[in-house]
Design a protein around this ligand. Structure first.
Ligand code: PLP
Length: 411
């Protein structure tokens, strides 16, 4: 028989979400009349803004006419969208990004998962703990992780940067040589951000230690506070050391439509086996054009509508809706004396479980006593033990109901 990639056997499976589904299903079987509210999912619920659906309808009509039909487009994305991205997300903030530095894709999950492919098999990976699991699992698949240690809940060759209340969720710089550092801000799952000064420490570290930062900014659109950096390229010198990932999924309801982009600056270099400098942009371009055939024209027209005045206004109102939910959860829980984090510049609220309960014990309590489903923090990494994630993506009615139910619990 043909052998499999044995690295796949090192994966820990999708334990988190399958275990959540299992416990929820069991509870519903035992309590068929319970009205469950889910504040666990990281998916949006408000629907696409009209400006976007209108642009997509128009694009569909164009495709039905042979004179305006489009087949394969440029793998990197159409200029109309790339120019909108550059002008609105970068130039407007004083950041210079060139058209050949932007790669449009069908999602940040694919980009943050695929990026590791262009780096050496020996590259040492650093991740925040707790972490968006895709960064870890894709490196496990690629053979960089070493074995999983069930006692520490960690892979032996991955460097984990602890983020908890003791360091205000600001990871310490790695204490050994690493090659790739995944940073996610605003953070999933903690909902926390880094200040400009803190982000500068990372850029300076990467420059001084020859490593590359993979900066996942999927929740940038949720930033409310003026002094929180919206792009790593706001930091001087970051273009020499960082790749930035942005997604339209949460920004504009594109979780099902699928569109995102990645910026790989031409200044960013890595080395080949002989120690010669290589442009990372060339490698990513090669990978992207070889393995990807472009995002559909209809989708890219929809994405471009995000940057029109109507699109911007409609998106702002949806983000405001979610962030109002976040405030309701945050303030509601804080008023009960719970320790809550995040939810100010991100749609995630990260709370310390009360009375020293572990994450899963709190999950069970919330499910059985308040009929609310959330996400146990330990599912994102060992440093998430004793924490719990709630999301602001539900309806207003369910969000308010959920907080009211939690208020009635004995905590
Ligand atoms: N990065 C982070 C941190 C996320 O939380 C998510 C989605 O939950 C993604 C990337 C995936 O984004 P996309 O829908 O563009 O694949």
């Amino acid at each position: 028989m043909t052998q499999i990639n044995h690295n796949y056997t090192l994966l820990q499976g999708s334990y988190l979400f399958s275990e959540i589904a299992k416990r929820r299903t069991k509870f519903m079987q035992d309590n068929p009349n319970a009205q469950i509210i889910s504040l666990g999912i990281g998916d949006v619920t408000r629907g696409l803004p009209d400006a976007i659906t209108k642009a997509m309808h128009d694009a569909v009509d164009e495709l039905s006419n042979p004179s305006t039909f489009r087949g394969y487009g440029p793998e990197q994305g159409y200029d109309f969208l790339i120019n909108d991205i550059i002008n609105n997300d970068y130039k407007a903030r004083g950041i210079d990004i060139a058209t050949n530095e932007v790669f449009v894709s069908d999602g940040s999950k694919c980009d943050v998962g695929n990026i590791q492919e262009i780096f050496s098999q020996d590259a040492v990976i650093a991740v925040q703990d707790p972490v968006y699991p895709v960064y870890v699992d894709t490196n496990v698949m690629a053979g960089r992780s070493g074995k999983f240690n069930k006692e520490t809940n960690q892979y032996e060759n991955i460097v984990y940067l602890k983020c908890d209340a003791s360091n205000n969720f600001t990871p310490s710089l790695p204490d050994r040589k690493v090659d790739l550092i995944y940073l996610c801000y605003p953070n999933n799952p903690t909902g926390m951000t880094l200040s400009k000064e803190e982000l500068k420490r990372w850029v300076d570290f990467a420059k001084a230690n020859d490593c590359i930062i993979l900066y996942d900014s999927a929740y940038e659109a949720f930033i409310q506070e003026a002094d929180v950096p919206r792009s790593i390229y706001e930091i001087e010198g970051a273009k020499e050391v960082a790749i930035e990932f942005r997604s339209f999924s949460k920004t504009a309801g594109f979780t099902g439509v699928r569109c995102a982009y990645t910026v790989v600056p031409r200044e960013l270099k890595a080395k080949d086996a002989d120690g010669n400098a290589v442009l990372v942009n060339d490698l990513w371009n090669r990978r992207h054009t070889t393995k990807f055939n472009g995002v559909s024209y209809v989708t890219q027209r929809g994405a471009a509508a995000i940057y029109t005045p109507e699109g911007k206004a409609q998106i702002a109102s949806i983000i405001d809706y979610y962030m109002t939910n976040a405030g309701i959860i945050r303030e509601g829980l804080a008023s009960l004396g719970l320790e809550v984090f995040g939810g100010v510049n991100a749609p995630y609220i990260w709370l310390k479980t009360p009375n020293g309960l572990d994450s899963w014990a709190f999950f069970d309590k919330l499910l059985s006593e308040a009929n609310i489903v959330g996400t146990p923090g330990v599912g994102f990494g060992q440093a998430g033990q004793g924490y719990f994630r709630l999301t602001a993506f539900g309806s207003r009615e369910n969000t308010e109901k959920a907080v009211e139910r939690i208020t009635k619990l004995s905590l």
